[in-house]
Ligand binder design. Structure first.
Ligand SMILES: Nc1ncnc2c1ncn2[C@@H]1O[C@H](COP(=O)(O)OP(=O)(O)OP(=O)(O)O)[C@@H](O)[C@H]1O
Ligand SMILES: [Mg+2]
Length: 241
């Protein structure tokens, strides 16, 4: 990706605190159209908090976040979704008492996406055939991996331009982990830009065009996925090499 491409999502000098506890320090991060960008870092580094600031679930102390030139600081969370920034939260928060199909339909609650509902259902069933087989099953009775698929599929129902994924591989078996990363790559190839937060450093750097490393609320390293996979600090700190 050439550096002259204008950032689609741009975070500049983002600072954030939960009450008195400051957790983000001058975070700078950019996502360009068509990219898979990964943020890696240890537990508590501030990865999920960064995504929450982007989705406007919390309000930054200072700094700016713009999406396609628009200031997200002035938007309500549902306006952020309407603009095309859709977050799949950590811990696959699906609706357990609703069927798979009902969960998917909830994903297209934004009015503008409703005309695309059927097309999107066909699309996510193609990506996740398992969901089609289990269309009438209650979300809460699906396996962990199936719930993760459903959470991603529900996000796709909102016509994302950028999909924000928080730890999609968490708690999945090794085979399913590979599967999820292949699916993320596939979704990206179909034109959805991806911002991925992950603890599976190896797999997520492998599929990333670019990546950022966070430590205790700061971005400490950035580069292409390949550069970071070969970086000595990353190898020692995250890959056990
Ligand atoms: N609602 C909250 N209130 C107070 N502190 C919080 C809250 N949510 C997160 N924190 C703190 O903010 C810091 C960053 O948390 P965050 O969830 O962003 O980390 P993370 O990088 O996503 O970690 P993990 O990999 O464990 O998900 C942590 O020290 C955490 O304890
Ligand atoms: Mg997190």
């Amino acid at each position: 990706m050439p550096t002259w491409v204008r950032a689609m999502l741009k975070i500049e000098k983002l600072n954030f605190a939960y009450g008195d506890l400051k957790v983000l320090w001058d975070v700078d991060l950019e996502v360009h159209e068509g990219e898979i960008v990964t943020v890696v870092g240890a537990n508590g580094a501030g990865k999920s908090t960064t995504l929450k600031n982007i989705s406007r679930l919390v309000t930054p102390t200072s700094g700016s976040i713009t999406f396609q030139g628009r200031d997200l600081g002035k938007m309500q969370p549902h306006h952020v979704v309407e603009a095309g920034l859709v977050q799949v939260p950590e811990g696959r928060r699906i609706f357990p008492e609703m069927t798979v199909m009902e969960n998917l339909r909830m994903g297209s609650y934004v009015k503008a996406t409703r005309p695309d509902r059927q097309k999107n259902i066909d699309w996510v069933f193609e990506l996740f055939p398992r969901l089609r087989e289990r269309e009438k099953q209650l979300g809460g009775t699906m396996s962990g991996g199936e719930q993760q698929m459903l959470a991603i599929a529900r996000g796709l129902m909102a016509n994302p331009k950028v999909l924000l994924l928080d730890e999609p591989s968490l708690g999945l078996s090794p085979l399913l982990v590979k599967n999820i990363f292949d699916i993320i790559t596939g979704i990206n190839k179909q034109g959805v830009t991806i911002l991925l937060v992950e603890q599976n450093v190896y797999q997520s750097l492998r599929i990333a065009h670019r990546a950022y490393v966070m430590e205790t609320g700061r971005v400490v390293l950035t580069g292409t996925g390949e550069e970071l996979l070969n970086n000595d600090h990353i190898k020692k700190a995250f890959l056990g090499m």
